[in-house]
Design a protein around this ligand. Structure first.
Ligand code: MG
Length: 271
């Protein structure tokens, strides 16, 4: 970059590069349907079928369509195609921590921005001290993983072998290592309004209250829509679609596969 260029006023690239959305204004723009990705538009961890994508595009001629995925945007692009943020009017990845409207980035939220570095440091330091004193048969590495939307904490360490992982799970069930640690953190960090989720075999996640898929609803202004539909496969309690499915603002639909999503949408919106 030359000096001259450096001194030019910063151009708002996001607006100047704005491209026309691929889809026209729908016939009923005040009805919006939001879709989970995994198990709803694609098979779990799979890529979307071209026929499913074609169906979604035709649906978006009738109503407003949005995507609400739990994964990050690169993973969502792997599943739904590059440039997916420009295909439908609303695109949310990481439950809406990364939000696009009409192909333009609205916001990127992160846990460090939200909590502030002092609090992040306080939490990291506390966790390291706590884990140092935990007595378990085996300790490996990567006890604390910092992700943009959460902390992932593992007393045995994430880079344990499969066998060590299985052994740890048994030990944890018996000695309630994670449960006890979560209780201690709830007390210690009561001021931070965090939520704790023990999932999988060896770790638990820590993230701010409300950072489930309902986070994305804050980008849909009250009054802009008459109906907000949500379609997801994990709408049971403890599933990652549960909160948005139950939200007072949405009409929730449980689906079992992309085929089922297509069938339900056809009945509700296209007939
Ligand atoms: Mg799903």
């Amino acid at each position: 970059m030359t000096n001259e260029r450096k001194h030019l006023p910063q151009s708002p690239t996001l607006t100047t590069n704005k491209q026309k959305m691929a889809t026209p204004t729908p016939t009923n723009p005040r009805i919006i349907a939001l879709f989970d990705v995994d198990g709803t538009l694609t098979l779990p961890r799979g890529e979307v079928e071209p026929s499913m994508m074609a169906f979604m595009k035709s649906l978006s001629e009738k109503i407003t369509v949005g995507i609400v995925g739990g994964s990050d945007l690169p993973k969502q692009e792997e599943q739904l195609g590059n440039g997916i943020v420009k295909v439908f009017p609303y695109n949310f990845s990481q439950n809406g921590l990364v939000a696009y409207k009409d192909g333009e980035l609205l916001e990127i939220q992160t846990i460090s921005k939200h909590l502030g570095e002092e609090n992040v440091k306080r939490l990291v330091n506390w966790v390291m001290k706590y884990l140092a004193d935990v007595d378990i048969p085996v300790k490996r590495g990567t006890f604390f993983e910092f992700r943009s939307g959460m902390f992932n904490i593992s007393p045995v360490g994430r880079n344990c072998s499969r066998e060590e992982r299985n052994d740890y799970e048994k030990f944890d069930l018996e000695h309630k290592i994670r449960e006890t640690m979560v209780e201690a953190m709830k007390k210690e960090f009561a001021d931070l309004n965090l939520t704790y989720s023990i999932g999988g075999q060896i770790s638990f996640d820590v993230f701010p209250v409300g950072w489930d898929k309902t986070y994305s609803l804050k980008f849909l202004k009250e009054g802009d829509f008459d109906e907000i539909h949500f379609f997801g496969d994990k709408t049971f309690k403890g599933g990652n679609d549960y909160e948005i499915f139950m939200s007072e603002r949405t009409i929730g639909h449980t689906v079992t596969s992309p085929e089922d999503t297509k069938e339900q949408c056809t009945k509700i919106f296209l007939s």
